[in-house]
Design a protein around this ligand. Structure first.
Ligand SMILES: [Zn+2]
Length: 615
């Protein structure tokens, strides 16, 4: 009898079982007595069959109060269940319904009412999701991993860098050939380069996490901030501006992206005057083939990065004011000096620069409480409001134009939302200001008539990369503009979207707080969901979290190349010419670890965990 029951179990699931069942009962018993071991084989095959992981969720999980959604490729309706682990109890039943969009046919469902802390997965007949958590501290392990990621990317004689010590001989000034100590900081972009424009976001993201996270994590975040900030302070010139980079490209690709012998001036001291760059009358360059020490590009870094330096140092001054007043003063002096240099350069003439300037003066005000910063902030907000598209009859509005003379819509793969974030900060800081209604209308326009409007055009709710006056490929049109979610792959360089969507998520959380609008908070969550697996490839784009990561970027122009570093947030999924998502095959554009992507993802996780308090 026992054998018969086992046979019937097999019958329902195995073609071989059906064959066996065509025989009579006696034959069955004889068969199993004779070939008892074959049952074990069949049973093992049944248990090891592939699973259909087709239900797409945030693979890490959700806060209890979060909007929780599931997406599945396909056209039809399908019932699903939320199953608690380990009890197996079904805690919610719902239906996936069609939600087709720009990325094709999908079905969507919401299970936000499941709010009890625990471990779960979704099941729909033979389909399931990866397991995930619901917890008030759901992103804490990931945030800790990201902070640790920075410690592995430390450049210099640290005890934590993945190949410490390194570059203790950084570097030689390009303008006079003399050694200047610019050690410290972090490597960027799965390389050994230290671009100021990219890595300064590390200070900003970590400082935001310091402000938002529980105080038990303060020390470890502060240690990382102090390490990274060594480099930025050293890169400031007496005039106030911050230099461009060390380790970056000077005359050709990757010409300084290398390991060194850590001895100052040991080789390659053959310095000659060569081909001065435009704007720099005398430029020296190492031309020897055996050069070792890397070269500092001493020209001022771009203006948005100057303002981001002000933001970073203002935050560092505030964070360290009680712990180390002397260091705090040094940071504030650095911020003030750079701010003065920026003002004298009179260059706040684009949406990009004005957005960065707005964030800088807001942080300066938070640190100093000086009215001059409040005044400048209101001036910048007025300026930005004039740069904002206000005519919804064109199908979409609320975005910023590049400048008064260039009406191409502003877009930036790192932080196109900087002005949007700044306007919300102003409302939260100065709720009684005479301009507060103006600021609020700007926030509402940007959120509702731009981000929310376009996010509804795809099944996952991600925000666009930007708008175009001419079709850039993809033929996605709204009103008089075209739009894309991903940068055009034909560009000289393009990268994945994680920084753009994470920074938009931060902005949406702030806007939700200002306008008391839960739709915006829900949309902020969806940006993180995409990064952590709710995308067409069911792929987490953060190392150490979730499943199905894009193939690791295998190397650049140096050995050893950068290993897989837990906590790294990849650049993110990209798009093809038609603006359909691609996961690549270890391509640098998708699989490298660029600092803005890491930093904004940390900030977004910390802000979501603080229940929308996105300071
Ligand atoms: Zn290094």
């Amino acid at each position: 009898m026992e054998y018969e029951i086992k046979l019937s179990n097999i019958r329902g699931r195995s073609k071989r079982g059906n064959f066996l069942c065509s025989a009579g009962k006696i034959f069955t018993i004889v068969f199993f007595l004779t070939f008892a071991k074959s049952y074990d084989v069949l049973q093992a095959q049944r248990l090891s069959r592939d699973l259909n992981m087709d239900l797409l969720t945030n693979q890490v999980g959700y806060l209890p109060s979060s909007t929780k959604t599931c997406v599945m490729q396909g056209t039809g309706k399908r019932d699903f269940e939320v199953v608690e682990i380990p009890s197996g109890k079904v805690v919610y039943k719902g239906t996936l319904t069609p939600c087709h969009g720009d990325f094709g046919a999908y079905a969507c469902a919401d299970f936000s009412t499941v709010a009890k802390e625990g471990r779960y997965y979704l099941r729909a007949d033979t389909l399931r999701s990866f397991p995930f958590s619901i917890s008030n501290s759901v992103y804490q392990p990931e945030m800790n991993m990201i902070v640790h990621y920075f410690s592995q990317q430390r450049c210099g004689a640290s005890t934590t860098g993945y190949l410490s010590p390194c570059h203790t001989d950084d570097g030689i000034r390009i303008d006079n050939g003399k050694h200047q100590d610019v050690t410290g900081g972090w490597h960027d972009a799965s390389d050994l380069r230290k671009w100021v424009s990219a890595t300064i976001y590390g200070v900003i993201g970590l400082a935001k996490a310091y402000d938002l996270e529980d105080s038990q994590y303060d020390k470890i975040i502060l240690d990382e901030l102090l390490w990274g900030n060594q480099y930025f302070l050293k890169m400031q010139e007496p005039q106030g501006y911050v230099m461009d980079f060390i380790g970056g490209d000077l005359k050709k690709h990757s010409d300084n992206n290398r390991w060194t012998d850590n001895k100052i001036g040991s080789e390659g001291t053959d310095i000659k005057l060569v081909e001065p760059n435009a704007g720099i009358s005398k430029q020296l360059m190492l031309v020897s083939d055996n050069q070792d020490d890397r070269i500092i590009q001493t020209q001022p870094v771009e203006m948005t990065a100057q303002y981001n330096f002000v933001t970073a140092e203002a935050m560092m001054a505030r964070i360290t004011s009680k712990i180390d007043p002397a260091y705090s003063k040094r940071c504030l002096d650095a911020a003030q000096k750079c701010y003065d240099w920026c003002l004298n350069s009179n260059s706040d003439t684009t949406a990009a620069i004005a957005g960065a300037a707005l964030q800088a003066v807001i942080e300066m005000y938070r640190t100093t409480n000086l009215p001059a910063y409040h005044k400048h902030a209101t001036e910048l907000a007025l300026y930005l409001k004039k740069l904002q598209a206000a005519d919804l009859t064109e199908g979409v509005s609320g975005f910023f134009y590049n400048s008064f003379s260039d009406h191409e819509p502003y877009k930036n793969i790192w932080n196109g939302c900087q002005a949007f974030i700044g306007l919300s900060d102003l409302v939260l800081m100065f709720p009684n200001d005479k301009d507060v209604q103006l600021w609020k209308s700007g926030i509402k326009e940007y959120a509702e008539h731009y981000l929310l409007l376009l996010s509804q055009k795809n099944s996952f709710g991600i925000v666009p990369f930007g708008l175009y006056e001419k079709d850039p490929g993809g033929n996605k049109k709204i009103g008089k503009y075209w739009y894309r979610y991903f940068m055009e792959p034909e560009l000289e360089w393009w990268v994945g979207i994680n920084s753009n969507i994470a920074s938009s998520g931060v902005g949406l959380l702030k806007a939700a707080s200002v306008l008391k609008d839960d739709h915006m908070k829900a949309l902020a969550q969806k940006q993180l969901d995409w990064i952590l697996g709710s995308n067409p490839f069911n792929s987490s784009t953060m190392e150490g979290a979730g499943y199905n990561h894009p193939v690791h970027f295998a190397g650049s122009s140096f050995l050893p190349s950068v290993p897989v570093l837990p906590g790294a947030v990849l650049n993110g999924l990209g798009g093809d010419h038609e603006d359909m998502p691609v996961i690549g095959n270890g391509d640098w554009q998708i699989s490298e670890y660029w600092t803005p992507m890491v930093a904004y993802t940390l900030w977004l996780m910390a802000a979501l965990s603080e229940n929308g308090n996105a300071y």
